[in-house]
Design a protein around this ligand. Structure first.
Ligand code: PLP
Length: 428
């Protein structure tokens, strides 16, 4: 019998091994993927193709802000797609204007341009900086060491990490890196050609490092004095993750000198569409009018489908008080993780972050990891996967906790129990 029944085709078997094998044959191998293939999700839960359930503390790297398979997002997608999916930016459509207004209302007087990704949103900020300084011959943008601004050629040039640049030299000219949270260094780095400073509100890819209030305020003052633009990359840390729409609003909360603080430009993507690809940048007036007709564009930018989804997400976040939930559940997670650090001081070194953007830094000399030359963060992620929890590495020895903003307290407890179990094993 075994000889005469042919094996099921890969598409029907659809298991982990055949999916991986299909990738190996057909997909550009530019990602270091974990050996997991997912087939469905619901809220903060994901199931792999073998039917195993995982708790998702990654949410697609800070993307799936309402969790997986959210019925209201699905409805918004279906409803809009029945009406109109795409007409191009040769014409007007209502959702684009509405979404721009929602963003402006949450930041300050300005204008919004829509694109498709974070790298593209940052690219718009580089172009704005160039346009702003063009007549004076200024073009240089200062960005921070350990920053991340995407994988386009200008994105890797802006990113302050050598590993993303390697093999792609020469870099796009006009970017120089400065130490993060160091005002003196920013002052000292300015040249006659410098036109802007671009930083993340919270650095996400190199260990979860928030900007200090003094740094944000000091950069604003410096940029005003030197007629430069202050640009903030809010791609990962934005969109209510910290408990406010933008991370700088949260970081500056209650600071006596923060009244009226605004950057000149902010990039967004990731959670804006909750999994539907959409990016944007906001520009403070009068800079919102710098890009006149014909100077910038993209085919899919601001298409009605993406904008309808993004509008729905903002309305659900506000209706269900999810920024407050990010604040409360985030504070609970952070406090509990600090308690774990105090219990396992030889394993966990530090816990940082705001709201539901938390970095847990581990020691580099944990004996269980010494036998491998793989980064501690990657070995940790594998341990968490084995225990049923998805988190994201950040740099060499930090993991990021970036769950959906509607994470429930009992789900936070479930994740904490897994982290505790892994920490206890590593401490033994
Ligand atoms: N900026 C930051 C801070 C990011 O974290 C990322 C992606 O991780 C990007 C830009 C690039 O976004 P995308 O991958 O959508 O191009």
């Amino acid at each position: 019998m075994r000889e005469i029944v042919p094996p099921s085709p890969a598409i029907v078997r659809n298991d982990q091994a055949s999916i991986q094998e299909q990738f190996q044959r057909n997909v550009v191998p530019s990602y270091g993927r974990f050996p997991l293939a997912f087939s469905r999700g619901s809220g903060s839960q994901l199931w792999d193709v073998g039917g195993r359930r995982y708790l998702d503390f990654a949410s697609g790297i800070a993307v799936c802000t309402l969790g997986h398979s959210n019925a209201e997002i699905t409805d918004a997608l279906i409803e809009q797609s029945r009406k109109l999916m795409h007409v191009s930016n040769l014409y007007y459509t209502a959702p684009q204007g509405q979404l721009a207004e929602e963003i402006v209302n949450r930041i300050g007087p300005g204008k919004v341009f829509f694109c498709n990704s974070g790298a593209e949103a940052d690219e718009g900020l580089y172009k704005i900086a160039r346009k702003f300084g063009h007549d004076e011959g200024r073009f240089e943008i200062l960005t921070a060491f350990n920053s991340f601004h995407g994988r386009t050629l200008a994105g890797i040039s802006a990113t302050g990490q050598e590993k993303v640049k390697k093999g792609f030299e020469p870099m796009t000219p006009g970017f120089r890196h400065i130490p993060y949270n160091d005002l003196e260094a920013a002052h000292a780095a300015i040249s006659p050609a410098t036109v802007a400073i671009l930083i993340e509100g919270i650095q996400g890819e190199s260990g979860v490092t928030p900007a200090t209030p003094e740094y944000l305020l000091g950069l604003r003052k410096l940029c005003d004095e030197r007629k430069m633009l202050l640009l903030i990359d809010g791609v990962q840390c934005g969109h209510f993750r910290t408990g406010r729409f933008q991370s700088f609003q949260r970081i500056l909360e209650g600071h006596p000198e923060a009244a009226g603080f605004l950057p000149d430009g902010i990039s967004m993507a990731k959670a804006l569409g909750g999994g539907f690809p959409i990016g944007a940048f906001w520009l403070r007036q009068p800079h919102g009018d710098l890009l006149s007709a014909g100077t910038h564009g993209t085919t899919f930018g601001g298409n009605p489908l993406g904008c309808a989804v993004a509008l729905k997400i903002i309305s659900v976040i506000e209706r269900d008080h999810l920024a407050q939930n990010a604040r409360e559940v985030g504070a609970y997670l952070k406090t509990s993780l600090i308690q774990l650090m105090n219990r396992f001081p030889n394993v966990i070194k530090d816990v940082r972050g705001y709201g539901l953007m938390i970095g847990v830094e581990f020691h580099t000399n944990i004996p269980a990891f010494s036998g491998s030359d793989r980064a501690v963060s990657l070995q940790l992620i594998n341990r968490f996967h084995e225990a049923g929890l998805l988190t994201v590495p950040s740099g060499t020895h930090t993991i990021r906790i970036l769950p959906a903003l509607n994470l429930k307290r009992n789900e936070a407890d479930e994740g904490l129990a897994i982290i505790e179990k892994v920490a206890a094993t590593l401490s033994a």
